[in-house]
Write a protein that binds this ligand. Structure first.
Ligand code: SAH
Ligand code: DHB
Ligand code: MG
Length: 222
């Protein structure tokens, strides 16, 4: 089985939902035109994120790692009209594209793109002591994943969800001696995610248009 076949299955599955949604097509075009890397989640995973947000009845969602706002559109579409998605992005250029994409998707009223280091912004949110989040999606720099988990556990309500992308890394995570700082960050994240008594955790390996990777999904104990 080659990657073409996996990508073809993604296209097939996405096609089951009807013709391509012009909102997503335009968002991807803008991201590409602005020179952003095409590392957004695949449509199959976007739909999964949206469903998870629905399942948890999300009214407040936090995303770490916005890029051009592609996953943010999937997530924000699961929100009620008075819901809120806050998404954190280090690169101002990425944040600009994301704001344009979220506005074009009709989601400007319920989304906020904040520029800065994800961890700093999460600490600001903790300090501010606002309402906790129903769902947090971690998808920024991989070496910081363990720190994002620590902060996410302080920002998620009981019964809420913590989801992380890229926890398989083409299978690289099985190598304890890896010299890749992203693999090491994700390995540490996975170890803690699985063992943390505050979480009921599962891993969902994925293969498709974006290669071999996976999502970590954890429910914060009530
Ligand atoms: N969630 C997006 C993809 C995010 S790609 C989607 O699926 O559509 C990862 C993003 O994290 C990039 O835009 C990168 O600039 C950003 N990033 C990297 N380091 C960061 C940091 N320390 N804080 C916040 N964002 C960071
Ligand atoms: C990278 C980041 C991601 O979030 C992703 O889904 C794929 C690749 C990266 O930094 O290379
Ligand atoms: Mg990712």
């Amino acid at each position: 089985m080659d990657l073409h076949r996996f990508a073809a299955v993604d296209t097939y599955l996405d096609g089951l939902f009807g013709p391509p949604d012009p909102v997503f097509a335009a968002a991807l075009e803008r991201a590409e035109a602005a020179g952003l890397p095409a590392i957004q989640v695949a449509p199959v995973q976007g739909r999964m994120l949206q469903m998870l947000a629905h399942l948890v009845g999300a009214r407040r969602i936090l995303e770490v790692g916005t890029l051009g706002g592609y996953s943010a559109i999937w997530l924000a579409r699961a929100l009620p009209a008075d819901g809120r998605l806050i998404t954190l992005e280090y690169e101002p250029r990425h944040a600009d594209v994301a704001r344009t994409n979220l506005a074009a998707a009709g989601l400007a009223d319920r989304t906020e793109v904040c520029v800065g280091r994800g961890l700093d912004l999460m600490h600001e949110l903790i300090q501010a002591g606002g309402a906790p989040f129903d769902m947090i999606f971690i998808d920024a720099d991989k070496p910081a994943y363990p720190d994002y988990l620590t902060a996410a556990l302080q920002l998620t309500r009981p019964g809420g969800l913590i989801v992380a992308d890229n926890v398989i890394r083409d299978g690289g995570v099985v190598d304890p001696a890896s010299t890749d700082t992203s693999v090491q960050g994700v390995r540490e994240f996975n170890t803690r995610f699985a063992a943390d008594p505050r979480l009921s955790a599962a891993f969902l390996p994925t293969i498709g248009a974006k290669g071999y990777d996976g999502l970590a999904i954890g429910v914060v104990q009530q």
